[in-house]
Design a binder for this molecule. Structure first.
Ligand SMILES: *Cc1c(COP(=O)(O)O)cnc(C)c1O
Length: 372
């Protein structure tokens, strides 16, 4: 398969390396990076990203499922692989076979693991205020019961911050509460004689806004890829983070749309003058949000080409009237640079009314990932 045939992702691994160095500069030296490579490394491609990280001395990773962990093991990734989410008992085999660390979602899930009879390595989730995953921080006795389960080898505890991206007084107070609850659990466990476990709390915004707090691991996700969740996010620590991913598609046809005609499903685009339209071989099945229909633009030859008509499953249309030299076979940039212009994932997210995490993590299987 020719990687750049229809639509593809280019990965700038130099930029990834640069971002690692930026995070390492910010974090205290005894805090290790444990990047989130879940959801196919936020759409970037889990295997090429994890391999590049491993080459840079990263040896702990977060994934969302046992299958994601198994994929990385099969690709030769060593070190710690923590499954952040639920694993069904029918997949407990994978945990053992691939030497994965499973998250204990709550006390009930701990018992489910315990009942299986085999010995699992786990990190215990602690709910400090997000109320999604983890045993409640107040329930120290329940947490200790999990530590004492004979079939569970607890090598860590972790929690997750839910408003660490916000800078309001309320949001900061809530986050500091979460941090205090987490520290309380760690201290209680130590007080009761448990000592051989790691602690981790911060994701990207926890690191960028609360870098003075130091735990054993930092679970950097979106920012690690050089992307902020929202276009106007500001963070306390100002790292020089650069995007790793570019998204490109081929111009497969250039055609004239005559005055009075409409284009695409529903004929939603019907200009008042003759226009030149380019067809790109990428669509919503590749992860381009359908609500970019008649909204936003792509770059061709360093110029803006507005998206026109409805995004189709496998194609989309852009207006290239202002780019007279364009011809079939050329590249269009949907995320990334062209000439002096750049479209960031944050821009696409804003057009689509979502966060960039959703945009990149939904980039589809059909896209080839090309590491450079
Ligand atoms: C996804 C995830 C992360 C990474 O979050 P970012 O905001 O992308 O840095 C960290 N921890 C947990 C539990 C997660 O689910």
């Amino acid at each position: 398969m020719y990687g750049k045939g229809r639509a593809w992702i280019e990965l700038n691994l130099k930029n990834l390396k640069h971002n690692i160095e930026e995070f390492r500069r910010l974090l205290p030296c005894d805090c290790e990076l444990m990047p989130a490579v879940k959801a196919n490394a936020y759409g970037h491609g889990a295997v090429p990203v994890a391999k590049a990280l491993q080459e840079q001395g990263v040896h702990a990773f977060c994934v969302a499922s046992a299958a994601e962990g198994a994929q990385l093991r099969r690709a030769g990734i060593s070190g710690e692989l923590l499954v952040l989410g639920y694993t069904h008992p029918a997949e407990f085999d994978e945990l053992i076979a691939c030497d994965l660390i499973q998250t204990v979602i709550d006390g009930n899930y701990a018992e489910e693991l315990q009942r299986d009879g085999r010995r699992f390595t786990v990190h215990v989730g602690i709910d400090t205020g997000m109320h999604r995953i983890g045993e409640r921080w107040e329930n120290i006795e329940e947490i200790i019961k999990i530590f004492q389960m004979p079939h569970l080898k607890v090598t860590g505890i972790f929690s997750h911050l839910c408003v660490s991206d916000g800078q309001s007084g309320e949001e900061r107070a809530y986050t500091l509460e979460q941090i205090r609850h987490f520290e309380y659990v760690a201290e209680e466990l130590h007080r009761q004689g448990f000592s051989n476990f790691k602690c981790h709390l911060q994701g990207s915004y926890g690191i960028l806004n609360y870098s003075q707090y130091c735990f054993d691991y930092a679970r950097a996700g979106i920012a690690f890829y050089g992307i902020y969740s929202g276009k106007h996010d500001s963070t306390k620590a100002r790292l020089d983070l650069v995007p790793v991913l570019s998204l490109k598609a081929r111009v497969i046809s250039v055609r004239t749309l005559y005055k009075g005609e409409g284009a695409g499903y529903g004929l939603t685009y019907h200009p008042q003058q003759n226009r030149k339209i380019a067809v790109l071989s990428i669509g919503y099945a590749d992860g381009i949000p359908r609500n970019l229909s008649n909204c936003g633009y792509v770059l061709c030859q360093g110029r803006m080409a507005p998206i026109v008509g409805r995004i189709c499953m496998d194609q989309m249309l852009v207006d290239v009237t202002e780019i007279p030299q364009i011809s079939p076979g050329e590249e269009a940039v949907l995320i990334g640079k062209s000439g002096s212009l750049e479209i960031r994932a944050e821009d696409v997210a804003q057009w689509a009314g979502t966060i960039s995490n959703e945009i990149v993590s939904r980039l589809g299987e059909r896209l080839e990932r090309i590491a450079e």
